[in-house]
Ligand binder design. Structure first.
Ligand code: ADP
Ligand code: MG
Length: 282
């Protein structure tokens, strides 16, 4: 496991992400509250995976979810765009709000919700279609583009925002699955942002990538957060330290501690957080 020394040095390297006068601090005054969970409980059959998880998630920033394997990070993340709904033995209690509205309300259409709250997975999963069609897919099904020129514009803009356009502009009709792993993941990000989501959920988006591809995605997250609310699950504390402004520490299905990232890694309050950050378990 990673040790605290690495995390401390990662904190020092994250210069561009943190304005100097107020390192890492995120507050309601600076950023609007975007999502909020309140006493969220989730069961897989008889097994409870989340216990009263309450978290505030702010706009225009990156929130990192960290904690040992199996502590409920992915489960929690999937609750934010109702991806757990597709599992029929899942029971959920509590609230998840997006701009103040309960996303589990019966009037909310999960498909529309997932356009507002997009997701990028651990393993890049482009469709077996062309690069162009991967990105055009969402705008097509949501009817965002009114004509072909509009659609092309959205595809180009999304690929540019995802930092991929220059690498693929001469081969948009080639298969997305033929790209390198890092390019595939940026294609999946382009696909997710093509429908203009307000929130982007990322579940260990770099764990299948090499360090160079990882660095590209991390830089990208820092650019995207200006116009997006990002929630990332990461098993790497260094990554959380580099990319996020707020961090929540999960343990056995509970949120043990949440704070601005600098405080979390330099001055954690809870002994379990301290132990985890010091690499004593995990
Ligand atoms: P993490 O992402 O932190 O590693 P998960 O959210 O994947 O943790 O898992 C939390 C707990 O819920 C674990 O005990 C895991 O075994 C269980 N779990 C996750 N997904 C399912 C599922 N589809 N069915 C049953 N149990 C699950
Ligand atoms: Mg997980």
């Amino acid at each position: 496991m990673e040790d605290s020394v690495d995390v401390q040095s990662a904190m020092k390297q994250r210069a561009p992400a943190v304005p100097e006068k107020n390192p890492g601090a995120i507050s309601a005054q600076e950023h609007a509250l975007k999502m909020k969970t309140e006493n969220l409980n989730l069961w897989y059959g008889a097994k409870q995976a989340l216990h009263d998880a309450s978290l505030e998630i702010y706009d225009s920033s990156v929130t990192a979810l960290i904690g040992p394997s199996g502590c409920g990070k992915s489960t929690f993340l999937r609750c934010l765009n109702r991806m757990n709904d597709v599992i029929d033995f899942v029971k959920i209690k509590g609230e998840v709000r997006l701009d103040g509205e309960d996303i589990y309300d019966k009037d909310v259409d999960p498909v529309q919700l997932r356009a507002r709250v997009g997701m990028v997975f651990q393993k890049p999963n482009p469709f077996p279609k062309s690069i162009f069609e991967n990105v055009a897919y969402g705008p097509r099904i949501h009817g965002t583009a009114s004509n072909k020129t509009d659609l092309e514009e959205i595809v180009v803009k999304s690929l540019k925002r995802a930092g991929l356009f220059e690498e693929v502009k001469d081969r948009l009709d080639e298969m997305g699955t033929g790209l390198s792993g890092g390019q595939q993941q940026r294609l999946c990000i382009a696909r997710a942002i093509a429908v203009n989501p307000e929130v982007l959920l990322m579940d260990e988006p770099c764990s299948a990538l090499d360090p160079i591809a990882t660095a590209k995605i991390e830089t990208l997250m820092d650019e995207l957060r200006e116009s997006l609310c990002i929630v990332i699950v990461t098993h790497s504390m260094q990554q959380a330290a580099r990319v996020s402004q707020r961090t929540a520490f999960f343990h056995l299905g509970k949120i043990i501690e949440v704070d601005d990232t600098t405080t979390m890694f330099t001055n954690p309050r809870d002994v379990k957080t301290q132990d985890y950050i010091m690499g004593r378990f995990g």
